[in-house]
Ligand binder design. Structure first.
Ligand SMILES: Nc1ncnc2c1ncn2[C@@H]1O[C@H](COP(=O)(O)OP(=O)(O)OP(=O)(O)O)[C@@H](O)[C@H]1O
Length: 275
């Protein structure tokens, strides 16, 4: 069964101009998918449609096999968590612990189980020392980690990250990307991440490229990165590992080109062992 199935989805904010135009894609359960596209291509609108914050003009959205409609939107939201771009708008509790507890209360988790869950999820995102801190006084990266902890506590089947790392410095970005990868690897949660970060795109399993509200391309990162001209036109850069390994391939040093640094390191290690 697919985690998310979108068929012929269209949406308009003003009832006239469609900003989402006949979009179809499928996200397998347990997969890690990224959505990329230039500013205004419709990425956040799709995220809002998927969690029922916006209502489609036409087409169908299925979440875990169920067609999203007005009757089931709240119950389906129990299965889909979202981390937005600006974490400040997501905090309700006056401390990190309270904030995580709030989500648990909403999901009717018994009081006596809460403390253990809060401690577990805070440890997973390296925020154990901040449980009594005020969320608004944390750094951008720490706030995002708290937002992720809050989502983890309620253990949804699907997590949508809507440009959650765009305001962070490179270190903060790398740390959140690592958390996302971990969620996917260790807990088999379906991840849908809307991003401008091509390094993150490279680490995902499947990529959907949006352009002016339409799906321009979809495929594995390797398939997508083959369309260099199109990506350049859309002002999307190639990940560092790919540019680097392509240069070495052109010099006859590498056999192939690679999307991730891990693959580059692997090839370098193999070269060292054969020389
Ligand atoms: N609340 C709104 N009312 C009217 N138009 C909107 C609204 N929100 C977005 N739009 C328009 O819908 C289109 C898609 O916007 P959306 O925010 O989904 O794009 P995006 O790809 O997420 O962009 P970005 O990368 O800048 O966040 C844009 O043309 C935008 O101007």
């Amino acid at each position: 069964m697919s985690a998310v199935e979108v068929s012929h989805l269209s949406f308009s904010y003003d009832g006239q101009n469609d900003v989402i135009k006949d979009v179809s894609f499928e996200i397998p359960k347990g997969s890690y998918t990224t959505i990329v596209g230039h500013n205004g291509s419709g990425k956040s609108t799709i995220a809002k449609l998927l969690i029922g914050l916006l209502k489609a003009k036409s087409g169908e959205i299925k979440i875990l096999g169920n067609t999203l409609n007005e009757e089931n939107v709240y119950s389906l939201r129990n299965h889909v968590g979202i981390v937005f771009q600006n974490p400040d708008n997501q905090f309700i509790g006056s401390t990190v612990a309270d904030d995580i507890a709030f989500g648990l209360e909403n999901h009717c988790v018994p009081q006596e189980q809460m403390q253990a869950i809060i401690e577990d999820v805070a440890a997973r995102v390296n925020m154990s020392d901040f449980l009594d801190s005020e969320p608004t006084k944390l750094s951008g990266g720490q706030k995002q980690r708290v937002a992720i902890a809050g989502i983890l506590a309620i253990a949804p089947d699907i997590i949508i990250f809507d440009e959650s790392t765009s305001m962070l410095d490179p270190q903060g970005k790398a740390s959140i990307n690592e958390q996302i990868q971990k969620l996917h690897d260790e807990r088999n949660i379906t991840i849908l991440s809307i991003t401008h970060d091509m390094e993150e795109v490279a680490q995902s399993e499947y990529v959907i490229v949006l352009k002016d509200g339409k799906v321009e391309m979809q495929g594995t990162p390797k398939q997508i990165f083959e369309h260099k001209g199109k990506l350049k036109e859309m002002k999307l850069e190639l990940p560092f590992a790919l540019s680097f390994s392509e240069k070495l391939k052109n010099e006859g040093i590498f056999k192939d080109s690679y999307c991730t640094l891990d693959e580059v390191v692997n090839e370098l290690c193999q070269l060292r062992s054969t020389n």
